[in-house]
Ligand binder design. Structure first.
Ligand code: RAM
Length: 357
């Protein structure tokens, strides 16, 4: 399908650091670590290049048993099918830091044209991803980025700043602007949640949010049961809690389920990021007033078109390059190889019935 690069880059000291970090995973404070063996791609983009058919495009979401991932990859399959490519889906059942490495290694052996991955840790996946790239496979992250040193493109669902700001605004609205609040996140290593939480905290430092006090952040690991138990723990440990902010679809639905049948209903607000279909019942029963998300299927679809454009040479990942993502229309690559799907939608009782995902 394509010429494989035979040369591997000199890897140097930086990769040793990455391999070391792969053992323990990465927390937010070192998530900006760079280095690694990014292949030097000096080829110029050819905007008129034809999208090749038969491209082998493999999706590797954070985890398979997450309704969000199912929606996401359904859009990926739609794009790959439309482009007459060969779609593949693999992934772990839990979203721990190094859980994706063995899947990447297998995809490398299978000589996929592109690996599309939502990274469970920005650095743990890097040595394997760079090995894929050294062999000629293009790497596109979506949903949760890896270090820019080990991917060609990142398709972000919304701007990181936009998501963080929206979380702060919703929290203020559902609490009336005052009180103790807690975060129920996904895994401690998740690039996307950590980036959103960082912006959220910066927002909370602004005068308009002075009445909100973040008391703790806990991690449900994008596991429904653990998220449910962490919710219970938060409510017991912080009797004055006014809101739980959960920037994960798994966390927000588990927290809502707990609160909806407890004495905390009506006293502790829940907001964050959720799928309308999982959250509808909790909006209707009054547990949840507002939350946000984008359409995960569109994220998967856009990523499929980006991967195919990259493999076909229409784009190389440089800022300013343009491509068309089928029915989703034209997109332009931004700084650091980032493509943004669009702004998130805020869901309330007024609009939730209009959405079905
Ligand atoms: C969960 C995952 C995913 C995130 C959504 C909002 O499903 O953590 O990565 O984007 O929540």
């Amino acid at each position: 399908m394509r010429a494989r690069k035979l040369t591997f880059m000199a890897v140097g000291v930086a990769t040793v650091a990455l391999i070391a970090s792969a053992c323990s995973g990465t927390t937010r404070n070192d998530s900006t670590a760079t280095g690694g063996a990014a292949p030097s791609d000096t080829a110029a983009a050819n905007p008129n290049a034809t999208i090749k058919t038969g491209l082998k495009i493999a999706y590797l979401p954070k985890q398979l048993n997450n309704p969000y991932s199912d929606i996401e990859v359904s859009g990926g399959k739609k794009a790959v099918d439309a482009l007459k490519g060969v779609y593949k889906l693999v992934g772990p059942n839990e979203a721990s830091a190094s859980s994706q490495v063995s899947y990447i290694n297998t995809l490398v052996q299978q000589q996929q044209d592109a690996i599309v991955i939502a990274a469970n840790d920005p650095n743990a996946v890097c040595p394997a991803l760079n090995q894929a790239r050294a062999g000629g496979t293009k790497v596109v992250t979506f949903d949760s980025d890896a270090s820019p040193s080990c991917r060609d493109l990142f398709v972000n669902q919304a701007t990181t700043a936009g998501v963080g700001e929206s979380l702060a605004k919703m929290t203020s609205e559902v609490t009336g602007g005052t009180g103790d609040i807690a975060i129920l996140s996904a895994t401690p290593n998740a690039t996307n949640q950590n980036a959103w939480i960082q912006v959220f905290k910066q927002e909370l430092a602004k005068p308009q949010y002075a009445g909100l006090k973040l008391v703790t952040t806990v991690y449900g690991n994008d596991d429904d049961q653990k998220s449910f138990q962490e919710t219970q723990g938060l409510l017991q440990a912080y009797p004055n809690l006014k809101a739980i902010v959960s920037p994960t679809t798994v966390g927000i639905s588990a927290a809502s389920r707990y609160v909806s049948t407890s004495s905390y209903k009506g006293k502790v607000a829940i907001t964050g990021l959720g799928t309308p279909n999982q959250m509808k019942q909790f909006v209707k029963d009054g547990t949840v007033k507002e939350f946000a998300l984008w359409d995960p299927a569109k994220l998967g679809e856009l990523t499929g078109y980006a991967a195919a454009a990259l493999v076909s040479g229409q784009i190389t990942g440089k800022q300013g390059e343009k491509f068309t993502a089928g029915e989703l229309g034209p997109y332009t690559i931004g700084a650091q190889g980032e493509i943004v799907l669009g702004p998130p939608t805020v869901f309330t009782s007024a609009n939730i019935d209009q959405y079905n995902f």
